[in-house]
Design a protein around this ligand. Structure first.
Ligand SMILES: NC(=O)CC[C@H](N)C(=O)O
Length: 354
């Protein structure tokens, strides 16, 4: 059995208020560790806050983000827990909206956002470049000198990829990438990724939570997996309000859901997941399983995976029980025949407990 406890959170971050943001981030890590979580996911651009707007264009903003990350990495914050931190990163002349994945005082990978949110209240194209590089998918990134000296780490993989642990694979999908026409998670799932970490900066709109949940449950319903969703909370200095609702979804079922409109600065959502149950539950067809099952753990896959838990909602429009012949005449006839045959053979059938 592969059991893992995961923690996601909603944080009330403020643009450029690094002290406040760090306080909330540290609090969320403390509580995730106290809960026994092996993974802690924070919201999009949590170190600077999402709504820095043209402050993203100032090199200082990025430098301070690195200073904060360094502070988290030289302390014991990431000891024994995979942490995904959201912050802007400069690579050459380009600025990227990134998830920085850290474990045991090292940066494991930097994952730049590949589909930026633009339009509506989002204007990411003004501040960031989307990572579209295909070859190689993962490049080496030279860490800023003060960070590499502090961490004794010079480079880190930068780009599109996932982390393969001994017992499972984990990857980031950044906010919009879940909702775009060609989302990232299907390809990751087919490569064996079971745990998806979505860091979001999603502002409140009426019925938007419904849209988010449809996307998240849909993502894991078809291919299976654990989907961790983290969203910001409150106003961050811009013109929008983020409504939290961080959640954890397993194979299309919501197993933990944080509050919407919470007034807390840190709202942690934790769930314990049995990854083997996750694999035996997924609803893929046998043909799909024969392809992706090879990349996952093929001996765990099988026709039982077609069965899922039902809710009364699922059956609302399901009229099948009224359409097919539920009297089972063939089956009862067969039972009768068997009983007659057993009687003829002289075997006594127990008819009562007396
Ligand atoms: N930060 C983003 O990528 C936002 C994506 C999308 N517009 C949402 O609100 O959820």
């Amino acid at each position: 059995m592969r059991v893992v406890k995961v923690a996601t959170c909603s944080l009330n971050q403020w643009a450029m208020d690094f002290d406040c943001n760090m306080k909330n981030i540290k609090e969320s890590i403390c509580r995730a560790k106290a809960a026994g979580a092996a993974i802690r996911l924070g919201p999009e651009l949590e170190i600077t806050a999402y709504g820095c707007e043209d402050h993203f264009l100032e090199p200082d903003t990025i430098t301070h983000a690195w200073e904060c990350l360094k502070e988290l990495l030289v302390g014991d914050w990431t000891d024994g827990i995979l942490c995904s931190f959201g912050m802007p990163v400069m690579r050459g002349a380009e600025r990227y909206n990134c998830q920085v994945l850290c474990l045991n005082r090292k940066i494991v990978m930097i994952r730049p956002k590949m589909w930026l949110a633009n339009g509506g209240s989002c204007g990411e194209l003004r501040w960031f470049t989307a990572w579209k590089q295909k070859e190689p998918l993962l490049d080496e990134f030279l860490l800023p000198t003060h960070v590499s000296e502090a961490l004794s780490q010079t480079t880190v993989p930068f780009g599109y990829g996932y982390i393969q642990f001994l017992d499972t694979a984990v990857a980031a999908e950044v906010c919009m990438e879940l909702f775009c026409a060609v989302p990232i998670h299907p390809e990751l799932a087919l490569n064996g990724v079971e745990v998806f970490m979505n860091a979001s900066g999603s502002n409140h709109q009426v019925r938007k939570m419904d849209r988010r949940l449809r996307a998240i449950t849909g993502a894991t319903h078809a291919r299976g997996g654990v989907y961790m969703y983290s969203n910001l909370l409150g106003c961050d200095g811009g013109r929008v309000y983020y409504d939290g609702c961080s959640c954890i979804v397993v194979n299309g079922d919501v197993v933990a859901h944080g509050l919407q409109f919470s007034l807390k600065d840190v709202h942690l959502v934790v769930a314990q997941i049995d990854l083997d149950k996750e694999e035996s539950d997924i609803g893929m067809t046998d043909e799909e399983l024969s392809v992706c099952g090879k990349l996952r753990r093929i001996f765990r896959q099988g026709p039982l995976s077609m069965f899922k838990s039902y809710s009364p909602e699922d059956n609302r429009y399901d009229q099948r029980q009224f359409l097919y012949n539920a009297r089972w005449p063939y089956q009862f006839r067969k039972i009768d025949e068997l009983v007659q045959q057993l009687n003829a053979d002289g075997e006594a059938l127990p008819t009562s407990t007396e």
